[in-house]
Write a protein that binds this ligand. Structure first.
Ligand code: SAM
Length: 205
């Protein structure tokens, strides 16, 4: 099964609050976004945002230019339905991140539990190339992945598990690691998943 089919199936068959990665309040992501100091008028992109509630909270906080990208149209439709009248305030992009191209730049690139699915070096290289092109000169990158102690699969797919240092190496030398945190995520099914969250800034030349 290709990855788009996998994710479309997931979002067509599993309710919002039954998804293993579901968070009613994405506190760590919101705190890290606040730490970037991005203006409310800045461009933010949630890469592989799915039907996450992060976008709801970003709108609540007054961010005016939020983009949610996901490989699954079903995920994006669910998020739009939930937001109702506010859905038009958001830019929705259905794309595989490894194929995404944009002339727009973003001050904040946020990815929770997406990069870790890229188990092929070629896909990670495409992700990095895109991130390098679209994150602005003063931009910030926030990536959350499974930690070393986490299970080897997520949503039934194999993942690469990272430490902050290993993740910094994986995104290579255009960004500096500013801070990192651990979070023990409790899935709705009662399992524990250790995550790392890392915030990077673009390296000054
Ligand atoms: C584990 S979920 C995390 C969703 C969301 N970031 C969150 O924290 O609630 C992974 C998400 O990444 C999306 N995804 C997986 N591979 C992708 C890819 N190559 N390009 C874009 N989105 C992808 C899936 O459709 C899914 O919504």
């Amino acid at each position: 099964m290709d990855r788009k089919t996998h994710w479309e199936d997931v979002y067509r068959t599993t309710a919002f609050d039954e998804l293993g990665w579901h968070q009613a309040h994405p506190t760590m992501s919101l705190n890290l976004i606040e730490s970037t100091g991005v203006q409310k008028t800045g461009n933010l992109i949630d890469v592989g945002g799915g039907d996450s509630a992060l976008v709801d909270h970003l709108l609540d906080h007054g961010f005016e230019h939020v983009t949610v990208l996901d490989i699954s149209s079903a995920a994006l439709e669910r998020a739009k339905d939930r937001l109702g009248d506010r859905a038009h305030l958001v830019t929705w992009i259905e794309s595989d991140i490894t194929e995404f191209r944009s002339s727009k730049t973003y001050e904040v690139w946020h990815d929770r539990a997406v990069f870790h699915f890229l188990t092929e070096a070629e896909d990670r290289e495409k992700y990095r190339e895109t991130m390098n092109k679209v994150v602005s000169a003063q931009g910030h990158v926030i990536i959350a992945t499974f930690a070393y102690e986490a299970p080897p699969t997520c949503s039934g797919l194999p993942v690469v598990r990272y430490s902050p240092q290993f993740l910094a190496l994986a995104i290579e030398n255009d960004f500096d690691l500013v801070e990192s945190f651990e979070e023990l995520h409790h899935t709705p099914g009662g399992n524990k998943q250790p995550f790392i969250y890392c915030r990077f800034t673009r390296r000054k030349l």
